[in-house]
Design a binder for this molecule. Sequence first.
Ligand SMILES: [Zn+2]
Length: 138
Amino acid sequence: MTRISSYRIYQCSSCGQKHIAPASGSINFVVSGPNAKLFPNKDDLKVCQRCSSQKPLKNFIPLGIIDVPPIDTTPKWYIGIRKRLSKNYKGPKPHPCRLYPDLASTPFNPNEYYPDWIRKNMVETDYPDWYVDLSRLK
Ligand SMILES: [Zn+2]
């Protein structure tokens, strides 16, 4: 199993799109794909998922690290009630994957980002905002 506990945020120096890359955790190298590299080389070529410009990792602006929030098991119906009762309640913290796309070595392809078997089980509201946004550009 691949388990990632935090992500580095990288910003594209051309268009400002933010991306995430795994920063710490434990990775099973036998099962992980090429995008799961925990210690990418600074000279590895990465592609901005918005403007498709390709450049070495060191040319992306590092913005810091975000931790993966603990798993929230609050049921959706209860989150709705809490939001209605309190203006300050913001709901569970989103997973970094819902905030920014992966910093990949290939351009963004909405049809390949999620494997088919996952897409089959997703409804429209399951897709992160950035995914919907970037899919419109294609
Ligand atoms: Zn860009």
